[in-house]
Design a protein around this ligand. Structure first.
Ligand code: OMP
Length: 289
């Protein structure tokens, strides 16, 4: 499939507007088996669909961006993936930005197919942005970069992940440059030509990594990259918004703190989910001051 060069409003521009309107929070839709049970739902496609409907109803129009995690839909097979399509369509209809968390990474020719799957205007699984893994080499992301640019979509490139195992790869140094820093430089180049405060190409930098950012001397590079910084790990993984403020230094204004279980555990009542979400939105507003 080849895509016509469509140039719509860049993702970075749309994200900047969404953050200005709703504040910087990203809420995840992660239908864990335990959460389905806690919400009184069955661990099957019917339970998944109800969970997804309630989540979209609760979060659309409340936060800057919503991040469905593909794995929790895929574990229900093709019918689960159909529910993921419904989530993405529901967010689109509500005018809420979607970030599909799929962490794709493969050789370039296969990345072309992943780009078609998630970033093409024709795909039923299209999202405003996706997460990608650059650990087959930053250059392997090129097909997704090109299609994102053509269709006004975005990518979030894994740089410093929130899990403790990530450091063994991401802190490794070659020719005086850490792997994480080389990912930041790659993204900075992509954002250089974009006019808005933040670019369309983001980085994933776990909220749990604050001390490492200082130790590796990365906060200035993060700021200069103009990348939106997805910072998962707030809540269930132990990080707080205050940790983000301390750890990201001057880059804090680019941070989208991300949380899934911490907010979802307030369900299934949509009003309770919205209330929990709003309390994190208020906390996260401190990052923009
Ligand atoms: O790309 C991500 O979103 C991500 C990157 C990372 O470094 N750590 C991380 O936890 N995530 C995702 O963020 C979500 C975190 O969920 P909670 O721990 O429930 O808030 C999950 O969907 C993870 O897959």
């Amino acid at each position: 499939m080849s895509e016509p060069a469509l140039r719509t409003t860049a993702f970075g521009d749309r994200l900047t507007k969404a953050v200005d309107t709703f504040g910087p929070l990203c809420v995840g839709i992660d239908p864990h088996a335990q959460l389905l049970e806690a919400w009184g739902l069955s661990d099957d496609v019917d339970g998944l669909r109800r969970f997804a409907e309630i989540s979209v109803e609760a979060f659309a129009g409340q936060v800057a961006i919503v991040k469905p995690q593909s794995a929790f839909f895929e574990r229900h097979g093709s019918a689960g993936v159909a529910v993921l399509e419904e989530v993405l369509a529901g967010l689109r209809e509500a005018g809420t930005l979607s970030l599909l968390d799929v962490k794709r990474g493969d050789i370039g020719s296969t990345m072309t197919a992943y780009a078609d799957a998630y970033l093409s205007d024709r795909s039923p699984l299209r999202a405003d942005a996706i997460t990608v893994s650059p650990y087959l080499g930053f250059g392997s992301l090129q097909p997704t970069i090109e299609l994102a640019q053509a269709t006004g979509r975005g990518l979030f490139v894994l740089a410093m992940t929130s899990n403790p195992e990530g450091a063994s790869v991401q802190h490794a140094v070659r020719d005086g440059v850490s792997v994480a820093e080389s990912m930041i430089s790659g993204v900075a180049k992509l954002n250089a030509g974009e006019p808005s405060r933040i670019g369309s190409f983001g980085l994933v930098v776990g909220a749990t990594t604050g001390k490492d950012l200082a130790d590796l001397g990365l906060t200035a590079a993060l700021t200069e990259s103009r990348a939106p910084l997805l910072a998962p790990g707030v809540g269930a993984q132990g990080a707080t918004i205050e940790d983000v403020r301390r750890g990201f230094g001057e880059a804090e204004r680019q941070v989208l703190p991300a949380t899934s279980r911490d907010v979802l555990s307030a369900g299934p009542d949509p009003a309770a989910l919205r209330a929990r979400c709003q309390s994190v939105v208020e906390e996260a507003a401190a990052l923009q001051r």
